[in-house]
Ligand binder design. Structure first.
Ligand SMILES: Cc1cc2nc3c(=O)[nH]c(=O)nc-3n(C[C@H](O)[C@H](O)[C@H](O)COP(=O)(O)OP(=O)(O)OC[C@H]3O[C@@H](n4cnc5c(N)ncnc54)[C@H](O)[C@@H]3O)c2cc1C
Length: 428
């Protein structure tokens, strides 16, 4: 089966349109450092153009009114969108809303679809994915934020940490402990919590990519729930099944993330090469110095490898489903995030203080890239999960001798071919 990721001419035309639209219409916005409100006003007519072109929220399957492109095509699309931080929102693909809408679509009742999913897909409301608790994000079996069923209501208590979009979300997709005594993978459930429910408090958390005192599109917050009451029917999916639902959310979404990182890498790589041919120091162009040539050659190989790995994972999801592509989905996270980081690091280094300054977009991209090694589960956790899967396919040799132990293999070969070896020796 071929997997060269060629798409049909019709979709290639869409990709070409996206490239032009992102470059001409969206990229100039990134110089303006917009807050949510200003961005929403400027973005509205651009979103209309995307909708007219039939590319709005293209990650959705046909059952939700989307084109059903599949992950390879979506990956190629996200590679283009990733080059500009505002583009995903203008194409209806902004995290966490895109992932949340997919999750709600999988598990929602008809009433939940009408109340939350439809306005979310239309871009009329916003959402937050509320899972992490401070210091245990990497190990959700330790979560303590709880929801207790009292009559016809869930009563929620606890604190969640580092939640994107919380300051503008209308609904929280919350992972809470509903069954503390169950097996550690069945203690938690997903709940849909209206963001204006009494008892919810937010504290904005500043970060490397989002200093507290600067308007930003990418805010995070701590959320405290104190005796927050929501109707029993706001349970999303089956009780005790938050783990498997969260897995479903992160599969295809990770292809989109990682292909956006490739888009970021491409911009940084172009900046690196442009600098290499335009600046001479110590008697020669920077691009003529071997260290810089190494950076360029290594960056290109790294980017191409990450791209192929990611598109292969997308191809596998399209062929056998996300459930059967878990290893590939984990690999692209811990392989891609450090590559984006390293390519940006080299581009900044070659620009010297200019690269470090806010006169270039590289420093902002670098701050974004640093977070990628942590969110969506830290790289170390995904490495561990892949290594565990791999090791399940191996067994320790019964006699304790390595299979590849050459003296042992030689003895076995001598025994097996003893007659022939003897015959050859006697001819001699
Ligand atoms: C920009 C950004 C946006 C985010 N948005 C959201 C959001 O919208 N909703 C949400 O719920 N969460 C969000 N998060 C939180 C994110 O999912 C967590 O930060 C992540 O899961 C790690 O959890 P933690 O920060 O609590 O780290 P911890 O669990 O404290 O882990 C700390 C470190 O321990 C090490 N570690 C952990 N486990 C292992 C292991 N098995 N082997 C080796 N080392 C290990 C890793 O180096 C890890 O970075 C966001 C984070 C960032 C940075």
């Amino acid at each position: 089966m071929a997997w060269d990721f060629e798409t049909d001419p019709e979709f290639e035309r869409e990709l070409a349109w996206m490239r032009g639209f992102v470059r001409e219409e969206i990229l100039p916005l990134e110089t303006l450092h917009l807050d949510h409100e200003t961005f929403a006003r400027i973005a509205a007519p651009l979103k209309e153009q995307v909708k007219e072109r039939g590319l709005w929220a293209a990650h959705l399957g046909p059952e939700l009114g989307g084109p059903g492109y599949g992950q390879v095509k979506l990956g190629l699309m996200h590679e283009i969108l990733g080059g500009c931080e505002y583009a995903p929102a203008i194409f209806g693909n902004q995290a966490p809303d895109s992932g949340n809408s997919e999750l709600i679509a999988i598990a929602a009742t008809p009433e939940q679809r009408t109340r939350w999913l439809e306005p979310l897909l239309a871009g009329e409301i916003f959402s937050a994915f509320v899972m992490t608790e401070q210091g245990t994000g990497a190990d959700p079996t330790q979560f303590t934020c709880s929801a207790r069923l009292e009559g016809e209501e869930w009563v929620i208590n606890g604190t969640k940490w580092y939640i994107s979009n919380a300051d503008r979300a209308d609904v929280h997709v919350l992972m809470a402990v509903t069954d503390p005594d169950a097996h550690r993978h069945h203690r938690t459930s997903m709940l849909l919590v209206p963001a204006d429910a009494p008892g919810i408090e937010l504290r904005r958390i500043g970060s490397m990519n989002d200093p507290e005192d600067v308007p930003s599109m990418h805010t995070q917050a701590e959320i405290t729930y104190t005796d927050v009451r929501i109707p029993a029917e706001n349970l999303l999916g089956e009780r005790g099944e938050a783990f498997s639902l969260a897995q479903k959310r992160l599969g295809p979404g990770r292809i989109h993330h990682c292909m956006r990182w490739i888009g970021v890498c491409r911009r940084a790589f172009d900046a690196l090469c442009e600098r290499a041919v335009s600046k001479s120091l110590h008697g020669s162009r920077l691009g003529d110095k071997q260290t810089v040539q190494n950076w360029i050659a290594d960056s290109l190989a790294d980017i191409e490898a990450a791209r192929l790995l990611t598109l292969h994972a997308a191809w596998k999801i399209d062929r056998v489903g996300a459930e059967n592509a878990r290893r590939e989905i984990a690999m692209i996270k811990y392989h891609g995030a450090p590559i984006m980081h390293d390519v940006l690091d080299r581009a900044i280094q070659l620009h010297g203080s200019l690269g470090y300054s806010t006169d270039m977009p590289l420093e902002q991209m670098y701050r974004f890239a640093r977070a990628a090694r942590i969110y969506d589960g830290p790289d170390e956790v995904h490495r561990q999960s892949v290594a565990r899967q791999i090791l399940r396919g191996y067994e320790a040799p019964a006699d304790g001798v390595p299979t590849e132990h050459l003296p042992t293999r030689r003895d076995a070969a001598r025994e097996r071919f003893a007659d022939l070896l003897e015959a050859v020796t006697s001819i001699d």
